[in-house]
Design a protein around this ligand. Structure first.
Ligand SMILES: *[C@@H]1O[C@H](CO)[C@@H](O)[C@H](O)[C@H]1NC(C)=O
Ligand SMILES: *[C@@H]1O[C@H](CO)[C@@H](O)[C@H](O)[C@H]1NC(C)=O
Length: 330
């Protein structure tokens, strides 16, 4: 709701000149990325459906997740052992860590901004860019990386316990891969969590841990930081196409129709997405685009700011995937 209000309240006199900057037609030094190409539902499902199901379950209560009996979201994902949850389903958004035997992976899923959960939405309303915490990401000092202040603050509230849970989960289960996923605010947090897990693993003296691939998947995510942050993430996760077997370091995200969230904070404030967008064009769920480069204007970034639909934030995306907790038993 806040997003809608914010977008609608852009002065109309400002809106026109902004469009050039917003949609990349002015002052872009890099050549425009090639146009999007159609993506089959089966390819999209292979890469994104299971991560999306884990992200959907993050809206269920931690008690129901602990027993892995949260209704349809838990039943959709077989062979899962709950390991840990954190956050408080309020100011500190819920996350859970689970072992997926079928995927041979430790899975981290972050809850997002259910529009009913005002506190989570307020987390999104802090729009400043601040330096990435160089004490947590030592190799990034002097790279001028800036990130969304609210996302980093929220991330910091659970980062230590979450990282410890992932490391102990890997050692206790012998899983050889990591998947980090989330919707909405949860997707923004997934980028930071994924970067923390990847940089920690890569620095491990244990070659087995150093080789663990990390896949990061987001749905309906806002822009998280500046171009240097996007470059940092694209360096950690060179593949923009998550592999169904989670075998590569990959980062990708899905945007739905006229969801206002993925177009904020706007480009003119210095925020960008990473590469790796897949865009859902309509409610059929069959009409999907793979969007090369960052902020491809053939995908969600090209949407008019005034034609937005908050309902599109929740879904349906494709294969019936929707978010927001309606399908949880509690
Ligand atoms: C930066 O990260 C360190 C851990 O490396 C943490 O102790 C500190 O609180 C973080 N700083 C901020 C401002 O969040
Ligand atoms: C970071 O910003 C400073 C000051 O603007 C500049 O001198 C430096 O070259 C930048 N570093 C990188 C890696 O872009």
């Amino acid at each position: 709701m806040l997003f809608a209000l914010l977008l609608i309240s852009l002065p109309s006199t400002l809106a026109l000149p902004l469009f050039g900057g917003l949609f990349g037609s002015s002052s872009s030094k890099a050549p425009a990325p090639p146009p999007p190409t159609p993506l089959s539902v089966s390819s999209a499902s292979d890469a994104f459906l299971r991560p999306g199901q884990f992200a959907r379950a993050a809206y269920c209560s931690s008690a129901s997740l602990a027993a892995w009996s949260c209704g349809a979201p838990c039943e959709a994902i077989k062979g899962v052992t709950f390991l840990q949850s954190g956050g408080d389903e309020g100011a500190i958004p819920l996350y859970y860590i689970a072992h997926s035997a079928e995927d041979d992976a430790i899975v981290v899923a972050h809850e997002g901004t259910d529009p009913k959960k005002l506190l989570s939405i307020l987390n999104d309303a802090q729009f400043g860019l601040v330096p990435l915490n160089a004490s947590r990401f030592p190799d990034t000092e002097d790279q001028n990386i800036t990130v969304h202040e609210g996302f980093q603050k929220t991330f910091e509230r659970t980062a230590d316990g979450l990282l410890a849970g992932v490391m102990s989960g890997l050692s206790a289960t012998g899983a050889s891969k990591v998947l980090v996923t989330g919707h909405s605010l949860g997707a923004a947090l997934s980028s930071l969590t994924g970067a923390l897990i990847k940089t920690t693993l890569a620095a491990s003296p244990d070659p087995a841990l150093a080789a663990v691939p990390v896949t990061v998947v987001g749905f309906g995510q806002p822009r998280g930081g500046n171009p240097a942050f996007a470059s940092f993430l694209e360096g950690l996760f060179p593949s923009s196409a998550p592999s169904p077997d989670l075998a590569t370091d990959a980062m990708g995200f899905v945007t739905n129709q006229h969801d206002p969230v993925p177009v904020v904070p706007p480009l003119f404030l210095g925020f960008v997405h990473t590469q790796g967008e897949v865009h859902v064009v309509d409610d059929s769920g069959d009409n999907l685009l793979a969007c090369p480069g960052r902020d491809n204007t053939g995908c969600v970034t090209g949407n008019g700011l005034l034609a937005t639909s908050v309902q599109d934030h929740l879904g349906p995306y494709f294969a019936g995937l929707t978010f927001g907790g309606k399908e949880c038993t509690d």
